[in-house]
Design a protein around this ligand. Structure first.
Ligand code: 5GP
Ligand code: ZN
Length: 113
């Protein structure tokens, strides 16, 4: 089975890409849950956060830096935003290639549903 986020990273599948570098690609979520809803995805295929190894430590830090950059660009950094990475089905993970959600532009509920 193909991986849809690998396909987006490889430009084999269309997406509204808002940032890209050697390690990551970030794009608008197709089904936004907030006025700002973007995903930061490593170009390396990692199916869930449980598969991370020491080799990925710098990559994970970089993903957060990219998310900060997007939050600033989108004008939600100071107001506030939420970063979410769902792991496995009970948490709501539906795409098994890790991705950091950036959600903002509205008040967020806590605890999450
Ligand atoms: P998860 O539920 O795995 O944490 O998040 C997957 C996210 O990917 C969902 O918010 C969903 O709307 C988004 N998504 C699924 N397929 C596509 C796609 O083909 N393109 C884009 N841009 N987003 C997608
Ligand atoms: Zn993948």
């Amino acid at each position: 089975m193909g991986c849809i986020f690998c396909e987006i990273a490889e430009k084999k599948r269309q997406a509204r890409i808002i940032y890209e570098d050697d390690l990551t690609v970030a794009f608008e979520d197709i089904n936004p849950q907030a006025p700002v809803h973007a995903l930061v995805v490593p170009k390396k295929h990692i199916s869930t956060s449980l598969e991370l190894t020491d080799e990925d430590n710098a990559l994970i830090g970089h993903i957060f830096q990219v998310a900060n950059r997007i939050a600033r660009t989108k004008g939600i950094a100071e107001r506030g935003f939420r970063l979410v990475m769902n792991c496995n089905p009970e948490a709501g993970q539906t795409v098994f290639h890790i991705h950091l959600h950036i959600l903002g532009g509205r008040f967020m509920q806590w605890p999450p549903g």
